[in-house]
Write a protein that binds this ligand. Structure first.
Ligand code: NI
Length: 186
């Protein structure tokens, strides 16, 4: 049975360390870790999670770019349609020069949201649990989540990517802003 794990919050050293490559195919421990990460992410309404966030310094992450309570816009534009996947030893093979700013939060940075520039499109490569090479062209929200989670494996938090901390908001204010925006759109 998978368990909900404790989430490391900003200030913990493991969130600032480079995670180690994993050996594949995944053994029992790595498979259990991945299942626990998926459950922990779902319980916290996350759209992605990286192993260092649950105190495991390995290059494993889950990308789940679906709309939910915390990310109501998620993939609502209907352009991505990317199912959630676990990625081991992930990399970005190519990235668009074009950047896009949008709001991000992080389970390890509770209560805050910030405007973060990311590559609009990326060629992502990774290994699945069996060790097979996987590749996908990701754009928009899915590309954003992949970049955010990959950063976790290199000790980088979304705050480090922000152009200015003036584009930081509390979750309460972010929610107010979003509901105002939805109101304007109607
Ligand atoms: Ni995060």
């Amino acid at each position: 049975m998978a368990r909900v794990l404790e989430i490391a919050e900003m200030g913990r050293e493991i969130l600032r360390a480079r995670a180690a490559e994993v050996a594949l195919p995944a053994g029992t421990d790595l498979r259990r870790l991945t299942a626990d990460m998926a459950l922990t992410m779902a319980a916290a309404e996350g759209v992605g999670i990286a192993a260092p966030q649950v105190f495991a310094g390995v290059r494993a992450m889950i990308v789940a770019p679906r709309a939910n309570e915390r990310y109501p816009d998620g993939d609502a534009e209907g352009e991505e349609g990317v199912a959630s996947f676990a990625a081991f030893n992930p990399e970005i093979a190519e990235a668009s020069a074009e950047m896009e700013e949008d709001w991000e939060g992080c389970l390890s940075v509770p209560g805050l949201r910030g405007l973060v520039p990311r590559h609009r499109a990326i060629s992502a490569v990774w290994r699945d649990a069996a060790g097979n090479r996987c590749a996908a062209e990701l754009h928009g929200f899915a590309a954003r989540v992949f970049q955010h989670e990959l950063d976790h494996l290199d000790g980088i938090l979304f705050l480090d990517r922000m152009k200015s901390l003036r584009a930081l908001a509390t979750e309460n204010e972010f929610n107010r802003l979003m509901s105002e925006r939805r109101g304007d759109a109607e």
